[in-house]
Design a protein around this ligand. Structure first.
Ligand SMILES: CCCCCCCCCCCCCC(=O)SCCNC(=O)CCNC(=O)[C@H](O)C(C)(C)COP(=O)(O)OP(=O)(O)OC[C@H]1O[C@@H](n2cnc3c(N)ncnc32)[C@H](O)[C@@H]1OP(=O)(O)O
Length: 218
């Protein structure tokens, strides 16, 4: 275990499987892990999290839900793997690569010129007054900004700063167009811009800096 890891299933980098700029050299992208219904499982979890955001359970119902969740957590406890082999984050066939941490998005087009995605903030992403929480908007920009940087360099980049300008309210449960692109590339520095639109209306824009990681940089 590394000094900072908290989970016994974490596997440290080794000479055989070193860090290669924030990633493992042997990171395998496969759509098989988690099985054919993994995406459906993630959808159920997302739907549950959204309902938790709005539900006001009776004490009896809270008891029942706690019991059910204990059982589900115990089931998953038998199947925990390290972050490099979990399907969550590497299932490129699923929205947001199957990563429930991210708001669900689909990449419509992506390459060295940038990324064009459709993102939907759901009930779980409620900030207040029926619209998206600004932090979730920033998460979407961070991931898709990082993707634009990664597709430009063919390597991994890490966020140095991320400025989101919130120009108008971001609706929930509405497919939105999120675009990111490398505006300027200077050595290891990638200045990434982005926009989030609801139809013609600009909801937010992005100004960020990603730093390309050096080989071996953890
Ligand atoms: C499975 C399929 C995958 C497909 C891809 C999926 C994509 C997923 C994408 C997910 C994406 C998720 C992404 C995430 O969420 S990443 C998580 C959030 N970010 C972090 O935790 C970053 C923490 N910080 C660091 O690790 C280091 O500070 C970094 C690596 C950023 C730089 O430390 P490093 O030691 O390496 O470099 P350096 O310090 O020599 O700096 C280099 C240059 O940069 C300039 N500089 C640095 N910082 C700033 C600043 N704030 N403003 C202006 N300038 C800044 C600096 O002056 C210098 O310039 P110059 O002197 O050379 O001119």
């Amino acid at each position: 275990m590394t000094e900072t890891s908290k989970h016994e299933w974490d596997i440290p980098a080794t000479d055989d499987s070193p860090h290669e700029g924030g990633f493992r050299a042997d990171l395998q992208i496969t759509t098989d892990r988690g099985g054919p219904r993994y995406g459906e499982m993630i959808e159920q979890v997302r739907s549950f999290m959204g309902k938790v955001r709005y539900a006001s359970p009776t004490p009896e119902l809270a008891d029942e839900v706690i019991e059910d969740l204990r059982k589900l957590n115990a089931k998953l406890d038998t199947m925990l793997v390290d972050e490099w082999t979990t399907p969550s984050g590497t299932r490129i066939d699923l929205p947001s690569r199957g990563n429930i941490t991210l708001p669900p998005y689909e990449v419509k087009d992506g390459g060295p010129d940038g990324v064009d995605a459709e993102v939907t903030f759901e009930d779980f992403h409620l900030g207040g007054n029926g619209v998206a929480h600004g932090g979730h908007v920033a998460v979407a920009f961070d991931d898709l900004g990082g993707m634009a940087a990664a597709l430009r360099t063919g390597g991994v980049a890490r966020t140095a700063y991320l400025t989101v300008n919130y120009r108008s309210l971001t609706p929930l449960n509405t497919p939105l167009v999120l675009k990111t692109w490398v505006d300027r590339h200077d050595g290891r520095k990638l200045f990434v811009k982005g926009t989030l639109h609801d139809g013609d209306r600009l909801c937010a824009d992005l100004d960020s800096l990603f730093i390309e990681l050096k080989p071996g940089q953890p």
